[in-house]
Design a protein around this ligand. Structure first.
Ligand code: MN
Length: 247
C-alpha cells in the first residue's frame, strides 16, 4: 500500500466507523423505546438533550446511562414481574415498599432493578443545563435549617458520596413535615424501600462518571452540582410536603 492509498483507506475506515457509531446509537434508542413499551414499567424520556449537561456530564455517558443502563433496569424489572401481574400493577414506590411480599425467587431482581428504575427516574428529573439558580423559598429555608446552608449540604453530600464503597447512591430525604436528612445506600437501594421519600440524589456507580472522570469520583461529585436543577428540586419539595411525591 502506498502512503496515499493508506491515507485514503484510513479516511474511508474512519467514515465507516462514524456511520456505524451513528446507527448503533439510533438502534440503542429504538431498543430502549421498544423494551419499555412492553411495560408495565416504562423508561421515561430524558427531559433534555444528551449533551445538555456538558461539560460537567458528557454526552456519551448520558447516552449510555439512560439508553442502556436505565433501559436495562426497566426491561429486567418487567421481565421478572411477567408472571406476577398483581405486583406489576403496583406503583413503583409501593412495589419497593413491599419487597418482603415479593416471591423470594425474584426478590433480589426486583430490588435491584426496581430500585434502579426509581433512582434513575429521579436523577434525570433533578438535573438540567448548567447555569440555573440556587435553591429559593421554603426549600432554601429547609436547607439552611437542617444543614446550616447550601455549602454545608454540598460538603456533607460529597463526603458521603465519596465514602460509598463500590456502587451506590447518596440521597437527601424529605419527610412529611419537610425535614431533610442525608443518607447513603449501596447498590440500587433507595430510601423508598424504608418508606421514605427522596428529595434528590446522585449516582456514584462508576458508569455514572468513569468515561470523563475515571477514578476521580470527588471531582465528579463536585462538578455535578453545576447541573442540579433547583427548580425541579423545589417542585419535589413542595410535592413532598403535599404528600404527592411518588418516587
Ligand atoms: Mn446509574
Amino acid at each position: 500500500m502506498t502512503n496515499f492509498d493508506r491515507r485514503s483507506f484510513l479516511k474511508a475506515a474512519r467514515a465507516v466507523t462514524v456511520v456505524a457509531a451513528a446507527s448503533s446509537s439510533a438502534a440503542v434508542r429504538a431498543f430502549a423505546d421498544s423494551s419499555s413499551a412492553e411495560g408495565p414499567y416504562k423508561l421515561p424520556p430524558l427531559p433534555y438533550a444528551y449533551g445538555a449537561l456538558e461539560p460537567h456530564i458528557d454526552t456519551q455517558t448520558m447516552e449510555l446511562h439512560h439508553d442502556k443502563h436505565h433501559a436495562a433496569y426497566v426491561k429486567n424489572l418487567n421481565a421478572a414481574l411477567k408472571e406476577h401481574s398483581q405486583l406489576a400493577s403496583l406503583a413503583l414506590q409501593e412495589l419497593l415498599l413491599k419487597l418482603n411480599d415479593v416471591p423470594e425467587e425474584i426478590r433480589v431482581t426486583v430490588r435491584n432493578n426496581g430500585g434502579g428504575h426509581a433512582n434513575h427516574s429521579m436523577l434525570w428529573e433533578i438535573m438540567g443545563p448548567p447555569g440555573g439558580d440556587g435553591p429559593t423559598g421554603e426549600l432554601k429555608a429547609a436547607i439552611d435549617r437542617d444543614f446550616g446552608g447550601l455549602d454545608k449540604l454540598q460538603q456533607q453530600f460529597n463526603a458521603a458520596g465519596g465514602k460509598v464503597f463500590g456502587s451506590g447512591w447518596v440521597f437527601v430525604t424529605v419527610d412529611k413535615d419537610g425535614k431533610l436528612a442525608l443518607v447513603a445506600k449501596p447498590n440500587q437501594d433507595t430510601p423508598l424501600m424504608d418508606g421514605g421519600r427522596v428529595l434528590m440524589g446522585n449516582d456514584v456507580w462508576e458508569h455514572a462518571y468513569y468515561l470523563k472522570y475515571q477514578n476521580k469520583r470527588p471531582e465528579y461529585l463536585k462538578a455535578w452540582w453545576n447541573v442540579v436543577s433547583w427548580k425541579a428540586i423545589g417542585d419535589r419539595y413542595a410535592a413532598a410536603k403535599a404528600g404527592k411525591l411518588a418516587i
